[in-house]
Design a protein around this ligand. Structure first.
Ligand SMILES: [Cu+2]
Length: 612
């Protein structure tokens, strides 16, 4: 924990201690390739599969398919997207985003300044009768009044309508565009009032990617309080790319790019014993109040959830790796999203069993800062800590032909009452000279972005310093496995779980300011702090200064050991300078069962002129 100096990318893994839509021709060109007798269905799930099977998934060990791409054309990205669900024969609950062509979890690709128009339809199965046009305000989580959302819609000139339609249920949904600096208002990135029910007419999301949005990897997922974990764990997530990272980092020009979405999902084999050939000594399985396997403290044992890579499952207990085929020695930009509901990642590349470093170029959608790391445009790292919700982009050089290479996640120490995230493989990386190229490549001759006129966040003095802290309270204080309420409290206020029926902000800030926030963890498990709409930079980790040339929107906050008189904490510099940071929006733990159980608060950022 105390080995941190210049850069705290290591912090994010919290001491893992073991060691415009493609044209049909383009799709066909990349839709499959035969390599070594194996039919590599690189590209798309077929429409017929999707219609028949709902949220169809590849099989274990499969070549990792590239998500379908939907690209903006002439400044517009117009998409008809459906949210679907079904239950498999084995009782597995799945959710997914599907295009009209039956493509699942498409990557939305737009340039800064483009307008995104999503006609979004909730086609989830098993929902209650549609309540179009009502504002029931019912349900145990409550709902916001229709008048609230009308005010929000009217304020932006977007269509008035259905932002607070009915009660929050497992099949009501909405979209959050994680990381984007778009306004938190109805029809854009509001998650506090927007409820779309099965049977409702298509809901229009319409927003502009800001002209100065950093180019990189973002994502979209549902944000229904109380049910976000269920939907994300079921597969409702996908990437969103703001194009042009090679304009910010010209060294990347021409590189092939690969979008890798790591999701978690309920264990496919929950009753299986840990595989002895994977885990030499087997710790006992202890379940927490949610039924998840508790951290064993050994780096081994039954995980809380399975992982998948672009939906190729890598299930416990044998973890059959997915397959990624690359050309020997080829440099590729890997754009990795941890879309897990509750699983922390600590990624590593192994070549012939040896750890390889990669060139990290962006975190959480933002390219490395121009003045970072003595003028270099990347940082070499061997451990890639990625919290749930976090993204990391790095250049990977393909292994030599004939060598054995793999992508693994090392164990993450989530604390005494955290979930078990053991060491496990994710994918084998096969180097073949006849490997197909990834479908996308960065521009070969990009026009470099002009230097930013915005002062680097670290160089701005904070207007305010605040402290927030995580706590959790088991119903029975003597039984840590009893149902638990989760809190994220502003120091000085009374701890309360998030109340979705209230619009009263916990924090009022002023647009144009930057603020320093100390986030303290008074619990014995890891949490992942996330705020909507804005980015921050990590200033301190456990009281030690950190100087990383990155911005983030999600960061791990290390767990308390139950004894230390000082609670673990991080210090963040929050950036409220962008005018799109105005509005009412949440900050929360991105471990979604914590968020769903109350670990969330609201910030109101006032327009600068309105604050006296
Ligand atoms: Cu948490």
């Amino acid at each position: 924990m105390r080995r941190l100096g210049l850069l705290c990318l290591f912090c994010a893994m919290a001491a893992g201690r073991v060691g415009g839509q493609d044209t049909p021709a383009k799709v066909a060109e990349n839709g499959g390739a035969v390599v070594g007798g194996t039919d590599l269905r690189i590209g798309h799930y077929s429409a017929s599969q999707a219609v028949e099977g709902g949220c169809v998934r590849p099989v274990e060990g499969a070549e990792v398919p590239e998500p379908p791409d939907l690209r903006s054309v002439d400044g517009f990205l117009k998409v008809d997207l459906a949210f679907r669900s079904h239950v498999t024969a084995k009782g597995e609950k799945r959710y997914c985003y599907v295009t009209v062509n039956g493509e699942i979890a498409p990557t939305l690709r737009a340039k800064p300044g483009d307008t995104v128009i999503l006609n979004f339809k909730n086609e989830a199965a098993g929902g209650p009768p549609a309540q179009t046009g009502t504002a029931a305000g019912a349900g145990h989580h409550g709902a916001k009044s229709m008048s609230n959302q009308r005010a929000a819609g009217a304020a932006t000139g977007t269509p008035e309508g259905t932002c607070a339609n009915g009660a929050m249920t497992p099949v009501s949904t909405n979209l959050h565009f994680h990381g984007l600096t778009v306004p938190a208002v109805c029809h854009q990135d509001d998650v506090l009032h927007t409820l779309i029910q099965p049977g409702d007419a298509a809901f229009e999301y319409r927003f502009a990617i800001p002209a100065d949005e950093p180019p990189g990897l973002y994502w979209y997922h549902p944000h229904i309080h109380g049910f976000t974990k269920t939907q994300v764990l079921g597969g409702a997530s996908a990437a969103l790319i703001v194009e042009g990272i090679e304009r910010a980092l010209p060294d990347l020009a021409g590189l092939p790019e690969r979008v890798l979405v790591i999701r978690d999902q309920n264990l496919l084999n929950p009753d299986a014993a840990p595989s002895p050939d994977v885990n030499a000594s087997l710790p006992p399985v202890v379940l927490d109040a949610d039924g998840d396997a508790r951290n064993t403290g050994t780096g081994t044992g039954k995980p809380a959830e399975d992982l998948s890579l672009n939906f190729v499952p890598v299930p416990y207990p044998k973890y059959p790796p997915a397959t990624i085929t690359v050309k020997p020695g080829e440099r590729q930009l890997w754009r990795v999203l941890n879309a897990s509901a509750i699983t922390y990642l600590s990624l590593q590349l192994l070549f012939d069993g040896q750890v390889r470093s990669v060139e990290v170029v962006a975190l959480d959608g933002v390219p490395m800062h121009a003045q970072g790391a003595s003028g270099n445009h990347f940082i070499l790292l061997t451990h890639l800590g990625v919290p749930p919700g976090g993204r990391i982009e790095f250049v990977m050089k393909g292994p030599p032909e004939g060598s054995r290479a793999s992508l693994v996640t090392r164990s993450v120490n989530t604390g005494a009452v955290g979930e078990n995230d053991p060491t496990r493989p994710i994918a084998n990386i096969i180097a073949r000279r006849d490997a197909p190229e990834p479908r996308s490549a960065l521009a070969k001759s990009p026009i470099p972005l002009p230097p930013s006129s915005t002062t680097w966040l670290r160089d701005v003095s904070p207007a305010v310093v605040r402290k927030l802290y995580f706590t959790e309270t088991p119903l029975d204080p003597h039984d840590p496995n009893s149902p638990t309420t989760f809190f994220l409290t502003v120091d000085g206020q009374t701890p309360k779980p998030f109340d979705p029926a209230s619009d009263v902000p916990n924090i009022v800030a002023r647009q144009g300011d930057v603020e320093d926030w100390v986030i303290e963890n008074r619990t014995q498990e890891l949490h992942a702090f996330h705020i909507h709409q804005v980015h921050f930079t990590l200033l301190e980790w456990f009281g030690l200064a950190v100087n990383e040339p990155f911005l983030r929107d999600t960061v791990n906050v290390p767990y308390w050991d139950g004894k230390n008189p000082v609670f673990p904490r991080v210090k963040l510099r929050m950036d409220f300078r962008d005018r799109n940071s105005v509005g009412l929006y949440p900050y929360h733990c991105h471990l979604l069962e914590h968020e769903d159980s109350g670990m969330m608060g609201l910030i109101q950022v006032e327009p600068r002129a309105s604050v006296k």
